[in-house]
Design a protein around this ligand. Sequence first.
Ligand code: ADP
Ligand code: MG
Length: 356
Amino acid sequence: MRIGIIGGGQLGMMMAQSAIELGHEIYSLDPSDNCSITKYSKKHYCCNFDDVVCMEELFNNVDVVTYEFENIDYDTLKEFEKSYKIYPSSDALYYSQNRYVEKSFVKSLNINTVSFKKVSNRNELNEFAKNKKCVLKTLSGGYDGKGQVLIEYIINDDAYLLVDNCECIVEEYFDFDYETSLIVTRSHDLEIVFFPMSVNSHNNGILFKSQASSKFNKLIENKAHEYAKKIVESINLQGTLAIEFFVKGDEIVFNEMAPRPHNSGHYTIEGCNVSQFTNHILAVSENKLIKPVLLYESAMINIIGDEINKDFTKYEGVFHDYYKSEVKKGRKMAHITFIDNDAKSLEHKIEKYLEG
Ligand code: ADP
Ligand code: MG
């Protein structure tokens, strides 16, 4: 099958790797001519994501299109959807493009979220956030903690500056024990499969480590599955959805979602019998999915900016280079995955890596 992938970063690249293994051909579209995916593309359309003429060329040359990121123009995709196959559908994309629309939708499904409010000026922000610990976020476009300001009881200038310049959502700060995510795939014949959940930690807003273990709390997992099922059925997902949650004790709270494979699911390449990318491609190509099973205690660590200059052959992990043309501060350059049958030995491998 000829599969079109919009977006040529590491997620697109790893989708392409899986697709090629499954015997498909990749046609990619990205404004950069030397992005991660081009190594794997039969043809690369080098154009902006709003170049409708170029996009139409891609659609005309492939059997189905998927995408690696959620900031494609919704109306454009909706228009293409009338004539071409796109998975996940624009409906799935719609909710994840706007944090307020997303949280309101999820709340309407009776899924727990933090309390939140849309704010477009200082007064509205004052009303909600005064004397509270909160997080102010731009409605759209934010990622890796960008476009967010923490408010600790007193509203600071950065928060005012943000709300002066764009519409925002303000959320109550949730004092979680840990963050977790669930990757779920739904097939063309509507079968739903769940990947083992990972526990995620962040540094400066960027995912640092995702770890999956057979010891993961079953109560939390069951609740997350129930929530995910409601969401994927409501948006009629075909493909992959990643959902981030906060957990405190036995309470699980929805944070955000993305209709695509996710950084916290990279561990599945080595840690499971099937990766998030392979199941995504199976869904997109209208094939049956593989039920994920955790084979090993697993941990993935992101390699950010000039950490890429380390000698990765020294460690007992599997290194995945994203072939980025330039090293930039805060840029995800690669990742490394450690697996082991034994949780303690896995910790030892991680420690050795972090010690340098
Ligand atoms: P993005 O990943 O798109 O940058 P998130 O909403 O996931 O945005 O926020 C990034 C990180 O900031 C989260 O993973 C979490 O660590 C922290 N965070 C975000 N919202 C809250 C909240 N309401 N309470 C506590 N921590 C939060
Ligand atoms: Mg997030």
